[in-house]
Design a protein around this ligand. Structure first.
Ligand SMILES: [Ca+2]
Length: 231
């Protein structure tokens, strides 16, 4: 017959579980350079669609692969704010998209779900630069159901030379794998729009190490309680 745990037994189990989880969290934090409470920069992934079009031999992938940035980053590891404060994109190392309006969208695949809270944009100099755009999360790769995360208006263009990053925060964060960037305006060029690079701001979740250790702690603390109860 099942016996309800005594207050002493419950306290002992809770303490053991807390100890195991805390130890795992400390170890995890030590192994992750950015720590658990920071946000990290996340690669924009790969393009599933480009409704803007491309100009000549300039390809969208060149705006997603860190080329032109003054320092590299490690996706989902490098601290977001520290990185973007000090990293510029070389003038002229921006991608130009040709479009009639110029409006259109880019569909991006992050590779798996991440919790994204904002983005960093290294814009372009001149009248091709991005001015207005909106970010959407999509539930799937077909982009049939979109959730708006933020609409950015009058985003600053470059003022000549190397371009500094702009940090743009979403109205709401989203756990998503698929992201649409819908561009609605530039700085005046009749049929081209351009930016240098972009990366997302993401939060770190408890790693599998912490979750596994907590599960083990729960298992052993429960077994310990059963052994004490049976003796
Ligand atoms: Ca680039």
């Amino acid at each position: 017959m099942y016996e309800f745990p005594t207050a002493r037994g419950r306290t002992g189990r809770a303490r053991l579980l807390q100890l195991v989880c805390l130890s795992a969290a400390i170890l995890d934090a030590a192994l992750q350079p950015a720590g658990l409470n920071d946000t990290v920069i996340l690669s924009p992934g790969i393009a599933l669609a480009n409704a803007l079009g491309e100009k000549g031999d300039q390809t969208l992938s060149d705006a997603l692969d860190q080329s032109g940035l003054s320092a590299p980053y490690i996706s989902w590891t490098t601290d977001f704010l520290t990185y973007i404060r000090t990293t510029t994109n070389a003038d002229g190392n921006n991608r130009i998209f040709r479009s009639n309006n110029p409006t259109g969208y880019l569909n991006l695949d992050l590779g798996r779900q991440f919790n994204i809270t904002g983005l960093a944009l290294w814009n372009a100099n001149g009248d091709r630069a991005l001015r207005d755009f909106e970010i959407f999360a999509s539930a799937d790769a077909t982009f049939s159901t979109l959730t708006s995360l933020a609409a950015f208006v009058n985003v600053a263009q470059g003022n000549g030379g190397a371009l500094e990053a702009q940090a743009l925060t979403f109205s709401s964060s989203a756990l998503t794998r698929y992201v649409r960037v819908r561009i609605t305006n530039n700085y005046g060029h009749k049929d081209q729009v351009s930016f240098g690079e972009l990366g997302f701001q993401a939060t770190l979740e408890p790693s599998p190490l912490v979750l596994y250790a907590c599960a083990l702690g729960l298992f052993f603390s429960w077994n310990r309680h059963k052994a004490v109860s049976a003796s």
